[in-house]
Write a protein that binds this ligand. Structure first.
Ligand code: ATP
Ligand code: MG
Length: 426
């Protein structure tokens, strides 16, 4: 097995080097990972001893068509013809899943392989953390783009810990997300028919209902980098600076495309233009509107997701610019049941989820997560690694008290620096 993988690696490098029309996206992800350098993947690819060991682990390099250079510690094929013949009998299955090999073997008499089919098995490079890092390294060389990068946080989908199936969503929410997924895969078609204004979502709902979690899980599911920005972090007291920053975040998203641009605390700038705010704020809102207009999934490869707890504060002109408003309400029973199932899935014990669902009316996903955490910690304190129903019910009470304290704190001070504060804002 090791030797077959070893030859697969050598063949992939050799064929990729020979055919300029093959791109990095044609190299299977595990092999791509071997070839990344600080500046991405560059021709010609060379296979060093250490790389071969990482990929093929245990292998016999003494093959009639392989040469080793002890000085450079590089392996090289001496005959592509012999190597490809040897590989056909041993690595047929691998060829079907490796687009570089499938491209070469497509016209091979006995093998029925197709390049198009093989591509379905291969994830595109833009989700690899090494690829993202190479782009970031490049952008950091230039002062202007370095400054743009400092305004956002960039996550590679490989680093995101939440799986989409660990997010409790309603059918409506799932449907909206499916539409985005299909729009991404049909970008060319949408462009052809001129339907470019697509891929802008506004998530609205109280704190802790899963807006950020959904954006992150989506980045992982779609294998797209996530560019995150909180508008409160880029507003500046200096005249005109906020507008410039807004332009910069849209520009950096285009440079990191394809990606998801996630704008959190969206109300921070987008609140109504008609109030007697400072002129600079009006200008910032206008810049925001213009930037939203000028970016789209079909032409720029950017999915825009904005999130807010305070939809009532948004300018009506902002609403119109999103093709979908996705609501994240306080979860109803069905969703709370799913949340308990998700958070308890890896925990031992006997629990009656129905009773917990009934006892947690008005709880958000974040509150339910807190219930489970409190119950686990309490049980650990008494030396147990399994939970029972009493642990969970006690934790529900505790969280309930905490929620009451929190809402009491906000009574009578609903407006703080121009924004509604906390739970009461929604
Ligand atoms: N629907 C959900 N499915 C799974 N987990 C959830 C859900 N809602 C909330 N959570 C959990 O609660 C925590 C907080 O959720 P999240 O940060 O996504 O909320 P949010 O809506 O973005 O809140 P805010 O408006 O304060 O930013 C997360 O750690 C997440 O695990
Ligand atoms: Mg959030």
């Amino acid at each position: 097995m090791g030797s077959v993988k070893f030859v697969e690696l050598l063949l992939t490098a050799e064929i990729f080097n020979r055919f300029e029309n093959l791109s990095e996206d044609d190299i299977p992800k595990e092999i791509r990972k071997i070839f990344y350098t600080r500046t991405g993947i560059k021709r010609p690819l060379v296979v060093r001893e250490d790389m071969a060991k990482v990929y093929a682990n245990d292998f016999d390099p003494k093959l009639p068509f392989v040469d080793f250079n002890p000085l450079t510690k590089q392996y090289k094929l001496t005959s592509l013809e012999l190597a490809t013949k040897w590989f056909v009998s041993k690595g047929g299955e691998m060829i079907k899943k490796n687009p570089v090999l499938a491209y070469y073997y497509q016209n091979y008499d006995s093998l029925r392989v197709s390049y198009e089919e093989a591509k379905k098995y291969t994830l595109p490079k833009h989700g690899d953390k090494e690829w993202l890092q190479s782009i970031i390294n490049d952008l950091e060389k230039n002062e202007e783009t370095r400054e743009m990068l400092s305004l956002v946080r960039v996550f590679s989908p490989e680093e995101i810990p939440v799986d989409f199936n660990e997010v409790a969503l309603s059918e409506e929410q799932i449907e909206e997300i499916r539409k985005i997924e299909i729009a991404i895969s049909e970008r060319e078609y949408l462009k052809k028919i001129g339907l470019v204004d697509i891929g802008k979502l506004l998530f609205i709902g109280p704190p802790g209902t899963g807006k950020t979690t959904t954006a992150k899980a989506l980045s992982k599911k779609l294998y797209l980098p996530l560019v995150e920005v909180k508008l409160s972090m880029i507003t500046s007291q200096y005249l005109g600076e906020t507008s410039k920053n807004i332009e910069k975040i849209f520009e950096i998203a285009k440079k990191l495309s394809p990606c998801i641009l996630f704008i959190d605390e969206f109300d921070y700038v987008a609140k109504t233009r008609t109030s007697d705010e400072h002129a600079a704020i009006k200008r910032a809102v206008n810049t925001l509107l213009k930037s939203i207009d000028e970016i789209n999934l079909v032409n720029d490869g950017v999915v825009l997701i904005a999130a807010t707890n305070h939809p009532g504060l948004l300018d009506p002109a902002v609403w119109r610019r999103f093709d979908k408003i996705v609501e994240f309400p306080e979860p109803e029973e069905k969703i709370r049941r799913r949340l308990f199932e998700i958070f308890l899935s890896r925990i031992d014990g006997n629990f009656d989820v129905e009773e917990l669902v009934k006892a947690t009316k008005g709880f958000t996903g974040a509150d339910i997560k807190l219930v489970v955490r409190e119950a686990v910690l309490k049980a650990l304190l008494s030396g147990r690694k399994s939970l029972n129903q009493t642990d969970l019910l006690n934790a529900v009470e505790e969280v309930k008290n905490r929620l009451q304290l929190k809402s009491a704190e906000y009574e009578g001070c609903s407006v703080r620096d121009g924004r509604l504060a906390g739970h009461t804002g929604y």
